[in-house]
Structures are given as C-alpha cells and as structure tokens.
Design a protein around this ligand. Structure first.
Ligand code: IMP
Length: 191
C-alpha cells in the first residue's frame, strides 16, 4: 500500500518508511509542499496541513508535525522547533540551558492521516533530557543533544536508525498508524 507524505524533510520520510515497511506501507513524497500554520498546538498544525494537502491531492495521505519540549523553558521550542533549529540550533539551546538543573525534555510527534471521510491522528512521545554537549553524528535536528530515557544516556545521534525508531516519538506515532492501517483503516486507503 502506498500513501503520500506531505513533508519537505527527507529524514522524516526515511524514518517513517523504516517503521511502516513492517506494515507493508510505503510513503512517497507528496507533490505539493506541507502548508504550515502558526499555532501552539502540533495537532492543529498537522490537521490543517493534512486537510489542505488532501483538498489539493484528493487521495489518502499523511502529514506529521513534531517538536522538542524543554520543561525548564516552559515547553520551548515546542511547535517552533523547526525555526529555532534553523536560527539558534543545538548550540543556542545549550546556551539557554546553562545553569539549569532541570534538563528534562520530550519530543512529541503528531501524525495526521487524511483519507477523505476518514481523518485521524496518532501521537508519539519520547521522554529524555538535554545533554550538556552535543554527542554523536547520526540523525538530524536536535538529535545530538537529546538523551532518550530509554537509551541509557545515549543521544539520538549516537544510535542507528532502527534503535532510534524503537523508542522515538516518530517511531511510536507511525507504529500506531501502521497498526491502525493494518486493521480498521485499510479499507479506506489506496489499494
Ligand atoms: P516540523 O515538524 O517540520 O515543524 O519540524 C520539527 C522540528 O523539530 C525539526 O525541524 C527538528 O528541528 C525538530 N525535530 C523533530 N523531530 C526530531 C527528531 O526526531 N530529531 C531531532 N530533531 C527533531
């Protein structure tokens, strides 16, 4: 089964396909770009983008929106993670964290499936903390500074893609989509 994935991020596409392969689902890049509204809610951003993409493509697709939420920064950068990564990057986040004892953080991913009559969302959360310095060379975005609580202190950048996907926010959300597609959702999707 094939579905469109409205994203401009090749890392997200690769990670999602690694997970969905086990469910016999392949995501292919949507021909139209993801439309991003500004909102404090990942759910709202993903839902708006999925509905907009569906009204132009008219076939089943998924969109995802994700972000890094740092507890002692009141959830910053959250839905603004992409912009914050492009502007101040991992180094800027580490500077904002200087002198803070509470380094707890989580990644959240919302996957929104739009299939016409059927619209539904899947959420994945990965808990962890912000490292004192960047470590590792894999992954993308804030991976070098995020230590997952499921990886014994390793950052996401110090893992290989399948190790990251087993515990990541994206892994959890796309596995939930995969299970749903294998079950009740399959009849609503592309054959
Ligand atoms: P958006 O979902 O396109 O708005 O982008 C979310 C941003 O959050 C990305 O550009 C990354 O900076 C960050 N992000 C989301 N997921 C991950 C991840 O798995 N690893 C590292 N950074 C991530």
């Amino acid at each position: 089964m094939e579905l469109y994935f409205a994203t401009g991020n090749p890392h997200k596409l690769a990670e999602a396909n690694l997970i969905l392969k086990k469910f016999g689902v392949t995501l292919k890049p949507a021909p139209s770009p993801k439309i991003e509204i500004q909102s404090d809610s990942l759910e709202e951003i993903a839902q708006y983008a999925a509905r907009a993409a569906y009204s132009s493509l008219r076939c089943p697709l998924v969109v995802e929106d994700s972000g890094l939420f740092i507890e002692s920064l009141n959830g910053f950068p959250g839905p603004y993670s992409s912009y914050v990564y492009k502007t101040i990057g991992c180094g800027g986040i580490l500077r904002l964290m200087e002198g803070r004892c509470n380094r707890e953080a989580s990644f959240k991913c919302v996957v929104f499936y739009a299939g016409g009559e059927v619209m539904c969302s899947f959420v994945g959360i990965a808990k962890g903390s912000i490292a004192e310095e960047p470590r590792g060379s894999g992954g993308f975005g804030f991976d070098p500074i995020f230590m997952s609580e499921d990886l014994n202190g390793k950052t996401f950048s110090e893992t290989d893609p399948s190790e990251k996907s087993a515990v990541s926010h994206r892994g959890r959300a796309f596995r939930a989509l995969g299970e749903w597609l294998s079950d009740s959702g399959r009849e609503h999707t592309l054959k």
